[in-house]
Design a binder for this molecule. Structure first.
Ligand code: 5AD
Ligand code: SF4
Length: 440
């Protein structure tokens, strides 16, 4: 049987979204056609996330919906983190699945497709033993202006709550030459914003003899002609060196935004989490950012209810929010994950208590954001126009600090405005976005 149409749905982080773009490009290069519903497709792929239990359950719900379609010319594949984590157990749970492959095996995707096409009922790609990265010239990017680009895959840390080291394998950096070549190609194709991706993006280390560190790579990508904005995510505080702040200060192409996940404000808990830094060491990095010449926005991830988190530990997370005044945060309730060190820890926090703590964090942060965002009223910010909200009669823009700034214009415009850069004066501020007026 030859499978020629495919559908793919992606869950989880930007790394996953970008992996899907590479998978799509690879499939198209092999003669497949992408369709927009699973019903129309012969090959149905789910690129999955297992960071928290809820994310993991989603794929099994999806697979259940199509249980009866198996064997009627439809082939199902599970890719990504759940595939890597559950491996062949997926075949037991969802027997109509034919392909199970983790992200560290995507470079073998063409061979796996050949096996599927020749009628193999069970094809797997589950080895984590790799020093390869998934660089492909076939990437099919979704957005014509902003491009994701992986510079480092995998993770060598061992945070006690986290599945990523088990689902994405060891750290592998791309050569700086291939990063610069892809950035130049993107600029030639009209992209103006590049978002450099990695689970620990700032652990980047050029494997070629040139040996650039992350700060050097940032500076060089920012010099690629035609590129107006460079972002990067996600940074690990332990590897966050002052040189990164200096690079941002030196070149305004590097956006005024750093996402620096702290997870907890308690040094005791950070040690239990195996985060490799103390509250004070983290705060030193925040000082570098606050003392920069540029006004760099700072965002973070917080986990509440990690095993053993006392009321005092939690209080230290809340006080950290006040101390840092983040521009935005992602807050999560701790979720027990397979293989991780925290799974076996005693003193699990009850679900209702996690919910209570998360609500406190979110309320506190909401007040901080209202305050932080109001400080921008009256300022003029350059936005990249991302879209249009017809109902509100507004354009949707994004500032260098990664804020959404919706704005109106007195001139009648066409969709051609999308992808351009405009100066916008901020007139109003809410907790999650700003409103303004175009200056031109
Ligand atoms: N439970 C809850 N949140 C988690 N994260 C990672 N693992 C877990 C888990 N087991 C959060 C962290 C990380 C973000 C991507 O997801 O805050 O920075
Ligand atoms: Fe989810 Fe982590 Fe995998 Fe991204 S790397 S898809 S966040 S489990």
């Amino acid at each position: 049987m030859t499978t020629r149409t495919f559908y793919i749905e992606s869950f989880g982080c930007q790394m996953n979204a970008h992996d899907s773009e590479k998978v799509i490009g690879t499939l198209i290069s092999k003669g497949y056609t992408q369709v927009d519903t699973p019903e129309k497709a012969e090959l149905v792929l789910y690129n999955t996330c297992s960071i928290r239990d809820k994310a993991e359950q989603k794929v099994f719900h999806r697979l259940q919906q199509f249980k009866r379609d198996a064997g009627k010319g439809k082939v199902f594949g599970v890719l990504g983190c759940v595939a890597q984590q559950e491996g062949e157990k997926i075949f037991d749970r969802a027997p109509h699945v034919s392909l199970v492959a983790g992200s560290a095996s995507y470079s073998k995707l063409p061979q796996m497709l050949v096996q599927l096409e020749s009628g193999n009922r069970r094809v797997t790609g589950l080895s984590l033993d790799t020093d390869e990265t998934f660089d492909t010239p076939f990437t099919r990017r979704d957005n014509p202006h902003r491009a994701y680009m992986t510079i480092i895959e995998g993770c060598d840390k061992s945070c006690a709550y986290c599945v990523v080291p088990f689902t994405r394998g060891p750290e592998r950096s791309r050569t700086s030459a291939s990063v610069i070549a892809e950035a130049s190609q993107l600029a030639a194709n009209g992209y103006t914003e590049i978002q450099l991706l990695g689970q620990n993006v700032n652990s980047y280390r050029d494997p070629s003899p040139v040996g650039w560190d992350f700060a050097t790579l940032l500076a060089r990508v920012a010099e690629v002609p035609g590129i107006r904005r460079v972002r990067f995510t996600t940074s690990h505080p332990r590897d966050f060196v002052k040189g990164i702040v200096d690079a941002i200060d030196a070149n305004s192409v590097l956006c005024d935004h750093v996402h620096l996940p702290v997870q907890s404000g308690s040094t005791r808990l950070l040690r239990l989490m195996d985060r490799l830094y103390t509250r004070d060491e983290y705060l030193r990095r925040i000082e570098w950012l606050k003392n920069a010449r540029r006004d760099i926005s700072i965002t973070t991830d917080i986990i509440v209810g990690f095993p053993g988190e006392t009321e005092q530990d939690f209080g230290e997370t809340v006080s950290l929010l006040d101390q840092v005044e983040y521009d935005s945060i992602f807050g999560f309730k701790y979720s027990r994950r397979p293989n991780t060190a925290a799974l076996a820890m005693g003193d699990q926090i009850p679900e209702e208590e996690k919910t209570r703590r998360l609500m406190i964090v979110q309320e506190k942060q909401r007040a901080i954001q209202i305050r932080r965002n109001s400080e921008t009223i009256g300022s003029v910010q350059e936005v990249l126009v991302e879209g249009r909200n017809q109902a509100l009669g507004q354009w949707i823009g994004r500032t260098s600090q990664n804020r959404t700034l919706n704005f109106v214009r007195s001139v009648a415009d066409s969709e051609a405005l999308i992808g351009t850069y405009l100066p916008v004066r901020v007139t109003r501020a809410g907790p999650n976005s700003l409103v303004g007026e175009s200056m031109v």
